[in-house]
Design a protein around this ligand. Structure first.
Ligand code: UT7
Length: 324
């Protein structure tokens, strides 16, 4: 069975940093509250001129291609995930194609909010399994700071900007092992209707808000129930033991969510790498940013068994099992 193995990883985090103390000067909050409730100490914020979703994506993509040691002309497909693209079209993947010089390959975007990287990765795996692509670049890039209400302390403390990318190469190996789900029944607790459509607002009651809306408590409750259940379902479906997994590379949304998941799965917290303290929640970019950091720190070894999982607007959630 052909499967896409990660052969290169790269990320980009904008240099500007917003600390909890900085935030306490903007809204009524403090470092102690944010640290205790979320685990976040700081987040990277895109510069309004220098950093765009596309430019961040291109930088992460170039780093991943360099890390893979391939020539961009070898890439057959680019799949980009973004919930916050700079323009309606062309897709972020097309900008990346132009920037890295992979002219002629297929390139398109997916939007699945925070699990966007999982959606992009599994789309790529479908192309690989069917022999339609051998080398694929998948990435997530987000500029959430453009959509956060900086007067709402319930949401603005959580999010950060950045991009992460991975190069997949077809090899003989384990069948791509994943589960993805969505439930619009719970869609009203996390959404962003940033594109104003004045006529439709009048006619169909579309909301006019250009900011992200989140009912944090609802999302929290949903995640700590559904994500452990999903990991158990994944292990039963693909026949691997949760105890044998080396790393649970999870969406970095809240340290307490990760702690609760580890507890429910009865897995030591040390198996859940975290960088949320430095990055905040970077939506679809969070998993590839974390994987890149793990590789740079020598924490990823060939043969390591990994579960990656994410959740977000939709609500959507998903998980993969793979051997690095
Ligand atoms: O990618 C997926 C995206 N979303 C998530 O993963 C979100 C999941 N949810 C969460 O991470 C948490 O629900 C939050 C961190 C957003 C909030 O934590 P919480 O423990 O659920 O707090 P809460 O909303 O229940 O608020 C508790 C109290 C409230 O005050 P009262 O009513 O008890 O007096 C809030 O007004 O804390 C207050 N509060 C704050 N205080 C200081 C809310 N935000 C803040 C703040 N600083 N930033």
């Amino acid at each position: 069975m052909l499967t896409g193995k990660i052969i290169g990883l790269g990320s980009y985090l904008p240099p500007k940093i917003l600390t909890n103390d900085d935030l306490s000067k903007m809204v009524e909050t403090n470092d102690e509250w944010i640290t205790e409730r979320t685990g976040i100490k700081q987040r990277h914020i895109a510069d309004a001129v220098e950093d765009k979703v596309t430019t961040m994506a291109c930088k992460a993509a170039k780093a991943a291609v360099e890390d893979a040691g391939i020539d961009p002309s070898e890439i057959d497909l680019i799949v980009a995930a973004s919930t916050t693209p700079d323009v309606l079209f062309p897709g972020v993947a097309c900008y990346v194609q132009g920037a890295i010089g992979a002219d002629g390959c297929a390139a398109f975007d997916v939007n699945s909010a925070c699990p966007g990287f999982i959606a992009a990765y599994n789309t790529a795996q479908g192309f690989i399994e069917t022999g339609n692509a051998k080398t694929v670049l998948v990435l997530g890039s987000e500029c959430l700071s453009n959509y956060v209400d900086w007067t709402d302390r319930g949401t603005c403390i959580l999010f950060g900007d950045g991009a992460g990318a991975a190069v997949l190469r077809a090899e003989e190996g384990l069948k791509n092992s994943f589960i993805m789900k969505a439930s619009m029944k719970r869609g009203d607790c996390l959404h962003c209707e940033s594109m104003k459509q004045p006529k439709r607002v009048d006619e169909e009651g579309f909301l006019q808000s250009t900011f992200m809306y989140m009912n944090g408590k609802e999302v929290f409750r949903f995640v700590v129930t559904e994500i452990p259940a999903l990991v158990e379902e994944l292990s039963a479906k693909y026949g691997f033991s949760i105890d044998e997994v080396d790393h649970f590379v999870f969406h970095q949304a809240n340290r307490r969510i990760i702690e609760a998941t580890a507890k429910k799965l009865n897995v030591p917290l040390e198996k859940f790498p975290m960088n949320i303290q430095d990055t905040g929640n970077t939506s679809s970019a969070s998993i590839p940013i974390l994987l890149t950091q793990m590789k740079k720190e020598g924490k990823l070894k060939k043969g390591d068994k990994i579960v990656m999982s994410s959740f977000g607007g939709g609500l959507t959630w998903g998980a993969n099992y793979f051997v690095y």
